[in-house]
Design a protein around this ligand. Structure first.
Ligand code: FES
Length: 184
């Protein structure tokens, strides 16, 4: 199905019986953002506060929330595009562009800060050559802050691609990064 038709069907019919059919059709769209939005809407449109789970689902699916996903989500939930865009830009967790091949999330919460987290953050910035919310020049790593991973007793801690690593030192950080890059 063509992107425009999928988007139009999704927008005009969401919520009704025809909407379910349109969502199924849009989920097969060749446009990844339209397809991901349709899948997320179909899965979450009936839950209270559906916007957040839909946005999380799209980002989980694509690694980001492309601009093309905003309109179908807005229309399915009877919101304006500005409202959806406002939520996406309010939460730093949501990305509008694809991340690097790996996502490094360094804990910036209190326990980790007290145990040398700032030194790890500074080292990570230098090592990757980018700041938080940015991607290394080779596209390998996106650096993100995160706020407590439940590993406070083993601070400082981070996630790489969702895998936790604790008791970090700059040297250990470099070693872990090397493993991750080799596995890619
Ligand atoms: S404060 Fe970093 S894991 Fe809890």
């Amino acid at each position: 199905m063509r992107e425009g038709q999928a988007r139009a069907d999704l927008a005009s019919n969401a919520g009704a019986r025809g909407g379910d059919l349109a969502l199924q059709a849009a989920a097969q769209s060749e446009h990844p953002a339209i397809a991901a939005a349709a899948r997320a809407i179909a899965a979450h449109k009936d839950v209270p506060g559906a916007l957040m789970p839909i946005l999380h689902a799209v980002q989980h699916d694509l690694g980001c929330i492309p601009a093309e996903a905003v309109q179908p989500i807005a229309e399915a939930l009877n919101l304006s595009r500005a409202e959806v865009h406002g939520v996406i830009t309010f939460y730093p967790h949501f990305r509008q562009t694809p991340p690097g091949r790996h996502v490094v999330e360094i804990c910036r919460a209190e326990s980790c800060q007290a145990m040398g987290g700032e030194r790890i953050a500074a080292h990570a910035r230098k090592k990757l050559g980018c700041d938080f919310h940015a991607t290394s020049a080779d596209g390998a790593f996106t650096l993100e802050p995160v706020y407590c991973l439940g590993l406070c007793a083993q601070s400082p801690a981070m996630l790489i691609d969702g895998v936790p690593y604790a008791r970090l030192t700059p040297k250990r950080f470099d070693t872990i990064l090397g493993y991750v890059k080799e596995d890619a």
